[in-house]
Design a protein around this ligand. Structure first.
Ligand code: SF4
Length: 248
């Protein structure tokens, strides 16, 4: 049933104009040391139970809409003050006019970071090759064996995610991979297999899960720090730099 929702979502996103539904006007943590504005798009083709943007993912049609002109006007006023714009979601690569919007932001002199679940490898390649995106942050939800279960879409076709991983590792693009680690979904085997899958990657984060009212499901648990550190060691056998995020 959920696989049907997945296909239907893709269809809807092709015919509906999509808007940004949230923004954080100053973030110090979204893109290295850059002073960043983060935009959130409503809508996603996944249903990760641990997602903390359930309003944007499950009810995108009810989400508030920020007029694009308002965003551009704000960015014009902050030229020389902010360094970058992080485009997040939901899944922003489903936005039909994302490329035009990125071009407009770029023309104002901002660096762009794109958060993605990796479902549009064609766009990742295009944005890198046309120098539209400076840094990609792609989620690796789990080992391939447990991907469908972890994203709430059983029997998902993994081909796009495999292509995105392959492209990012070999293209020279700026990127990081990241996994939100959860007791109910991830164990030692998960991280061993993730390490095998993305072998040769430059940078990878194990992110701590934080429960909140806006999560799609409740009752999930973060992996304790000492366990995350053990998984980090496993991943360091195949990935250049492995870091913990949210465990400070
Ligand atoms: S965590 Fe990301 S990919 Fe998963 S449902 Fe939420 S927005 Fe979509």
């Amino acid at each position: 049933m959920q696989a049907v929702i997945f296909d239907f979502d893709i269809y809807l996103f092709k015919i509906w104009p999509m808007d940004f539904s949230g923004w954080e006007k100053l973030s110090l943590v979204d893109y290295d040391d850059n002073l960043t504005m983060t935009l959130f798009m409503a809508g996603c083709n996944m249903r990760c139970p641990f997602c903390h943007n359930s309003d944007l993912v499950l009810r995108p049609h009810l989400a508030p809409k920020i007029p694009w002109e308002e965003i551009v006007s704000f960015l014009k006023k902050r030229q020389g003050v902010l360094d970058a714009v992080c485009i997040s979601g939901g899944e922003p690569t489903l936005m039909p006019d994302l490329e035009d919007k990125i071009k407009e932001i770029k023309s104002l002199g901002y660096k762009i970071k794109l958060d993605t679940n990796g479902s549009r490898p064609d766009l990742i390649a295009k944005f890198h090759e046309e120098k539209l995106v400076d840094h990609f942050a792609m989620d690796i939800k789990n080992s391939k064996e447990r991907y469908g279960e972890t994203i709430g879409v059983p029997n998902v076709d993994l081909t796009p995610y495999e292509k995105s991983v392959e492209y990012l590792i070999h293209s020279g693009a700026g990127y990081e991979f990241r996994t939100t680690s959860i007791m109910e979904f991830h164990d030692e085997e998960s991280f061993r297999k993730i390490g095998e899958w993305i072998k040769g990657a430059k940078k990878y984060f194990i992110q701590r899960y934080i429960d909140s009212e806006n999560c799609i499901s409740h009752g999930l648990h973060p992996i304790p720090k000492e366990v995350a550190l053990a998984y980090k060691k496993i991943l360091e056998e195949s990935i250049e730099q492995v870091l913990l995020r949210g465990y400070e």
